[in-house]
Design a protein around this ligand. Structure first.
Ligand SMILES: [Zn+2]
Length: 519
């Protein structure tokens, strides 16, 4: 018997920490991943794919830490079909309250012929063996057909039937290459649901990529056809053009509830804070016109619209900014806020810090409050990121002084902490930022090239903190760096140092080659 659409729930499977981290340059250290995991739990996702443990030592450790700490969310780990991969996945999540092993194999003819060099029979056998093996560790086992949308549909039915028989509790049909069109995807999901005899014994899942800008549309199309798990990332980050955006799916289900008749556990008012945090930690800036979380998502420019909105917001607004947590996030602190209020604010943001960390952070908070009138949540998040999450960093900016002007040659004096050693240096550049970067690069002995540089304001107002994002490239590795400060030259130097730290982290934790982690 099959349930029909009566206020059913869509399981939100967040893969920001796994597929999202595969965005070029978006590597996160374990403390940063943990911080994001805590926020994802607060956001109310049902399943969190914490990583791909076999891909690197660093990733294994991060998944293990998250599995131990996050108790109310199911924690998934990705594995190819080999026993080695599954053992590693299990090793990382065995302490989770609810562990899930997610195993996958490519199923399209093009992948079978050129990548796997396997017959269909062999692929089915591999998949079944993997699911059985994973099932020996945990009851919750998910199976994915990589490149599912370019796979023969009857073959999907065949392999799904076999893995469900072997114990798979979720079967996922991904549009790995972002190739599908919504109607086609609806039709495919319906076909598979109607032609896989035991499909009712598993949850059907969708996982889409945004290469044609259709990831959200396809995900919703799959849900309309009966899929009840959506694999998504915060801000839609991910490989190439990205994954389906969590906030777009959640807010469509919420805003069009009368049509969709489906619910999620996502707490809408945590959407904006989560988006901000993910952007800050990964260094991937959200485009201003991004749906739901972009800076302009609720800004009305046309006079006729502004007039309407003033008379009644619902004339042009289908959602309220408060609903996604835009307004409630702006609890302001300032110069006169005491240590107790500061501690309370940190607790609200999900931080539980040692007394020593708290004292250090409070000092920095006071310094910042001297420079600006109001301190927003975003500013505090930045402080925590710089002072706490990045403490294991190799390079730390201790002191920066830049002299520039219309006649002087821009000169930077820098004190840099390299591990426990403090190094001092000075250098020139064509401008103040160039001088700072040259000097820091020389001191760190880095041959990295700056390939992108952008500045944003964290919040409105003349005294807003400038938030700088840099993209650094060295020997084929690309890393993003982010820094914030009321002074944009200091912010730039911090971003540059953060980028160097990310590069070091990537060098120490070499991942699988892209070809080994395609899904
Ligand atoms: Zn993917």
């Amino acid at each position: 018997m099959e349930a029909t659409i009566m206020e059913e729930k869509v399981i939100i499977f967040d893969t920001t920490l796994r597929d999202g981290e595969q965005s070029p340059g978006a590597s996160m250290n374990s403390a940063e991943k943990m911080r994001l995991a805590i926020q994802l739990e607060k956001l109310g996702v049902d399943v969190m794919e914490a990583g791909f443990p076999v891909s690197s030592r660093g990733d294994f450790e991060s998944v293990r830490m998250i599995a131990q700490k996050i108790r109310s969310v199911e924690i998934a780990a990705l594995a190819r079909t080999s026993k080695g991969d599954i053992d590693k996945a299990w090793g990382a999540i065995r302490d989770a309250a609810r562990p899930r092993i997610h195993t996958f194999i490519a199923t399209s003819d093009i992948h079978l012929e050129y990548k796997l060099k396997m017959t269909r029979d062999k692929v089915v056998k591999e998949a079944v063996d993997a699911v059985r093996y994973a099932k020996g560790f945990t009851d919750s086992v998910e199976f994915s057909t990589e490149d599912g949308t370019r796979t023969d549909r009857d073959f999907i039915c065949r392999i799904f039937e076999a893995v469900i028989e072997a114990g798979a509790t979720t079967v996922n049909l991904p549009d790995t290459v972002g190739y599908a069109i919504p109607e086609e995807y609806t039709e495919l999901i319906s076909y598979v649901r109607n032609h896989t005899p035991n499909i009712h014994k598993a949850i059907m899942s969708v996982h889409c990529h945004n290469d044609l800008g259709l990831a959200t549309a396809n995900t919703l199309a799959g849900i309309r056809a009966g899929a009840r798990q959506a694999e998504v990332t915060v801000n839609g980050i991910g490989e190439r053009a990205g994954n389906t955006s969590l906030e777009e799916v959640a807010m469509t289900l919420y805003t069009r509830a009368e049509l969709m008749n489906l619910t999620t556990s996502v707490k809408a008012d945590e959407i904006y804070p989560t988006s901000r945090l993910a952007s800050m930690i990964t260094g991937i800036v959200v485009q201003p016109n991004k749906a739901i979380v972009g800076a302009n998502a609720f800004a009305h420019e046309a006079g006729i619209h502004q007039d309407g909105v003033l008379k009644n917001p619902m004339t042009y607004e289908i959602m309220k900014p408060e609903t996604v947590g835009l307004a409630s996030n702006r609890l302001v602190m300032g110069k006169h806020s005491g240590r107790h209020a500061f501690q309370k604010k940190l607790a609200e943001l999900g931080y539980d810090l040692s007394k020593e960390d708290l004292n250090r952070l409070f000092e920095k908070f006071k310094e910042l409050a001297d420079k600006r009138k109001e301190i927003l949540d975003e500013d505090i998040e930045v402080l925590v990121a710089e002072e706490i999450l990045r403490v294991s960093d190799i390079y730390k900016l201790d002191y920066l002084n830049v002299v520039s002007g219309t006649v002087a040659v821009p000169t930077a004096t820098v004190k840099l902490k390299i591990r426990d050693r403090v190094v001092q240096g000075a250098g020139f550049g064509v401008g103040p930022i160039d001088a700072a970067f040259n000097t820091i690069a020389k001191m760190a002995g880095s041959s990295s090239k700056l390939v992108r540089f952008s500045v944003n304001a964290i919040s409105g107002g003349m005294d807003a903190q400038g938030e700088v994002t840099v993209r650094l490239k060295e020997n084929g590795l690309v890393a993003l760096g982010k820094g914030a400060d009321p002074d944009i030259i200091t912010a730039s130097a911090k971003a540059f140092v953060n980028g160097l730290n990310h590069l070091e982290y990537m060098k120490k934790n070499p991942s699988l080659t892209p070809d080994q982690r395609d899904f």
